[in-house]
Design a protein around this ligand. Structure first.
Ligand code: ADP
Ligand code: MG
Length: 604
């Protein structure tokens, strides 16, 4: 008997649908693309429950006439191409005629539409895959499509959906990418009845600013003109590079896409302008002859392939190198100098710190950390050993004694090795600590206690001038969510429409480091690093994660010089914590080398 079976229609449908729509965000993408292809200049996206509950896209485009409406839900029904040759010349976003078919296969759909010149609109519902009769209704010109009951008939797919807020995040990313690719179109995004974003018709630079809060001065315009390929758009000054790959958007013939070749060409062009591990910001628009790209290689059209990859690579490099040359690359804004800039003056030379990094090859966050480090070095200068090697022995006011004598006299000395580890000698043991992990552990415990209000509210220092930090939409959302937790540990925050005012901070934070560390903290919350926290604190996991990130971002780093006092202090505080020997990420905080280990090492 034959083992081969032809699959029934409903199974075929679901398989096909699975490739095109895997989560609410992919439906949002298809519907926005259709609205754009219909020539709309205003598009409103309304979501409920992260898109799982409802996705509605309302446009003011061409509308759909009755004959077409009868067939658009059939597979491969498209008005956009009609022959194989057209596949080589695609100028619309859609072309396969699969989106509406796939969406209708896994959800309930209702569509209302009216074409220009027609008096009445039409409505059509598809319920459980069955098309109902087309009715006439009153509605504006354009199309309003509502998708609900997502994956009602594909429980397996439902299981793979993430939380409402994660699905919303994916939808928002898609929305933002489309909004960037079409700054001339008005866009609105709503979620659970509240308006998240409203974008008027704009220029690209304005749109970047509306979406990401990037200072105009931090963007450098890119232009490149070749017969086959025109490049326009912006790159961020190296100083505003981020450690997460965000805010990189390639748009090819108005289509937001991914392409590794372009990413690596941009990265290479930035070369040594960028610190290790960080990604340059870019928004690049390609206008390329349609026959030189393949947009049909990915089921959701998220990637493109270039027929002329060499040309693309070299063009990107040329365009960006030209921009980076001869530029003032120091990022705009007050990140570099605080209002009370005297803090950062050299005590003896009176020079300001900008001299440190006139090359602008480091991020503001790094430079802040470096500035602090350098400044503390300057203050400790007298205490540092003459040679500039890492201080293995504690710097002492009077450097009269030899180290070994000193050790005898003061057996509690704690040494710092490689500016990263602390070494303590205890009778028979050598105890090594990782200074970052140590401080992180101390801070986490402190924050958690404050959160649980074992002590009163966290110790707070008021800032003389509230720190004002511009936040983009995503950052704003996350800070809003965590506001209460942050206030319990000593922050005082005021969230304004586009910025955040920090009025008070926990005493453990140095005001001059606040900005960099706070932004780093927000970054880690957003990038949603999955950390498995091994402790059993009586606290819900989200709060624990927030406090862990905060502790990590506020803690002393590897490379920070610590004075003898600071080392002592740190250990005293550590001993007060419940004995825990791993940092919140599970790496060891303390390592002991006892007599036995030493004997082994020396083969005694
Ligand atoms: P494709 O976009 O690949 O053609 P779709 O399944 O997304 O396939 O859409 C099928 C057809 O329905 C489109 O070709 C278009 O003619 C019509 N259509 C879909 N959405 C809209 C809309 N918002 N406005 C006007 N026409 C639309
Ligand atoms: Mg389409």
């Amino acid at each position: 008997m034959s083992k081969i079976k032809i699959l029934p229609q409903n199974v075929v449908q679901k398989i096909a649908a699975g490739e095109v729509v895997d989560r609410p965000a992919s439906i949002v993408k298809e519907l926005i693309e259709n609205a754009i292809d219909a020539g709309s200049f205003s598009i409103k996206v309304v979501l409920e429950k992260g898109g799982i509950g409802k996705i509605q896209v309302i446009d003011n485009g061409s509308g759909i006439n009755k004959e077409d409406l009868e067939v658009i839900f059939a597979r491969h029904a498209t008005s956009k191409i009609s022959s194989e040759d057209d596949l080589l010349q695609i100028t619309s976003l859609g072309f396969r005629g699969e989106a509406l078919y796939s969406i209708a296969a896994v959800s309930q759909v209702k569509i209302e539409t009216r074409v220009k010149g027609s008096e009445k609109g039409l409505s059509l519902e598809i319920k459980e895959g069955m098309k109902e009769k087309v009715k006439t209704v009153g509605c504006p010109v354009g199309t309003n499509i509502m998708v609900s009951d997502l994956f009602f008939n594909v429980p397996a797919r439902q299981k793979f959906l993430k939380s409402e807020s994660t699905e919303l995040k994916y939808c928002r990313e898609i929305f933002m990418a489309q909004a960037l690719a079409h700054p001339e179109i008005r866009f609105e995004l709503w979620h659970n009845q509240s308006k998240l974003l409203q974008l008027p018709s704009q220029k690209l630079k304005e749109r970047i600013n509306s979406l990401y809060e990037i200072e105009e001065n931090d963007l450098l315009a890119v232009t490149f003109d070749h017969q086959y390929l025109k490049i326009s758009g912006f790159v961020g000054k190296p100083g505003i590079a981020r450690t997460r790959r965000i805010k990189q958007q390639l748009i090819v013939n108005q289509r937001p896409v991914e392409n590794k070749l372009v990413y690596s060409a941009v990265k290479q062009s930035f070369g040594s302008y960028l610190p290790e591990g960080s990604y340059p910001l870019f928004f690049l628009n390609f206008q390329i002859r349609p026959d030189l790209i393949d947009v049909n290689m990915h089921p959701r059209k998220e990637e493109v392939k270039f027929a002329v990859s060499d040309l693309v690579f070299r063009s990107v490099q040329q365009a960006i190198t030209a921009v980076l040359k001869n530029q003032d690359l120091i990022p705009a804004g007050k990140v570099y100098l605080k209002k009370e800039s005297s803090v950062w003056q050299f005590p003896d030379q009176g020079k300001t710190v900008t001299n440190f990094h006139s090359q602008g090859k480091i991020t503001p966050r790094q430079s802040q950390a470096a500035l602090h480090f350098n400044a503390s070095l300057m203050m400790e200068k007298k205490q540092l050993p003459e040679n500039d090697a890492a201080p293995i022995f504690p710097p002492k006011e009077e450097n009269k004694v030899f180290p070994w004598e000193e050790m005898k006299e003061n057996k509690d000395s704690i040494f710092q090795v490689a500016l990263t580890y602390l070494v303590e000698i205890k009778n028979e043991e050598l105890v090594l600590y990782d200074q970052h992990a140590l401080h992180e552990r101390v801070l986490l415990e402190k924050f958690i206690n404050q959160y649980l209000e074992k002590q009163q509210k966290g110790e707070q220092q008021n800032l003389l001038f509230p720190e004002e930090i511009k936040l983009n939409f995503e950052e704003q959302e996350i800070v809003k969510k965590e506001k209460e937790t942050l206030e319990k540990v000593g922050f005082e925050l005021e969230i304004k429409e586009k910025e955040l005012l920090i009025k008070a901070i926990p005493t453990v934070l140095k005001p001059e480091e606040l900005r960099a560390r706070f932004l780093d903290f927000v970054d880690s919350l957003i990038s949603n690093e999955e950390i498995e926290i091994k402790d059993s604190y009586q606290i819900d996991s989200r709060t624990r994660r927030t406090l862990t990130f905060l502790a990590c971002r506020c803690a002393i780093k590897a490379g920070d010089y610590l004075t003898e006092n600071e080392r002592q202090n740190l250990l005293v505080q550590f001993r007060k914590t419940e004995e825990r020997y791993t940092c919140p990420h599970g790496r060891p905080v303390v390592v002991k080398i006892g007599r036995k280990e030493l004997e082994k090492m020396f083969m005694r």
